[in-house]
Design a protein. Structure first.
Length: 165
């Protein structure tokens, strides 16, 4: 029997696209609720800053030339979701910024409130160093989990069909 690397059907791309649709659906629900996150939910979204369709201020692109992680929790505005991606307003060092991120540029999506996470591959991706957090402005009180947060990988789904290393 042939393994996934010999398949003429691009299963890995199909699964990646379906999992990115999860991110779109979740963000779409937040948008339709007026930008309010239910309960303690909040999101860490990592994306490739140089991916096609990404639009971020030059100062952020210079600081994060490859990849950055943003946090959608208390201080964000104007969340707009389309079938291709999302845009959102965030503050970095007290400077308001609008970011446009296609779903295809996302490499990770984590909701630490429920230990849920997805990791994605982008076109031509290889093993790299972990991303640097963007440190967008956060609330005055820090509601981080007590030690057993998303780092334990308990609910992280990694799709890695026949990835050539």
């Amino acid at each position: 029997m042939n393994d996934a690397t010999d398949s003429l059907i691009p299963y890995d791309e199909i699964v990646q696209e379906a999992l990115r649709a999860v991110v779109g659906r979740v963000l779409g629900q937040v948008e339709s609720s007026g930008g309010f996150l239910p309960g303690n939910h909040h999101f860490y979204i990592t994306f490739k800053t140089g991916a096609p369709g990404v639009s971020i201020p030059t100062r952020l692109k210079e600081r994060f030339p490859d990849e950055m992680t943003i946090v959608l929790q208390n201080k964000f505005w104007d969340l707009k979701v389309t079938p291709e991606g999302f845009s959102v307003g965030l503050s970095f060092n007290q400077i308001p910024s609008t970011l446009v991120v296609p779903f295809s540029a996302i490499t990770a999506f984590v909701d630490p409130a429920v230990d849920f996470g997805l990791q994605f591959q982008t076109a031509g991706e290889s093993e790299e160093e972990p991303p640097i957090d963007a440190e967008n402005d956060s609330p005055e009180t820090d509601d981080k989990p007590d030690g057993d947060g998303p780092d334990d990988g308990s609910n992280v789904v990694t799709v890695d069909f026949g990835r050539k290393k």
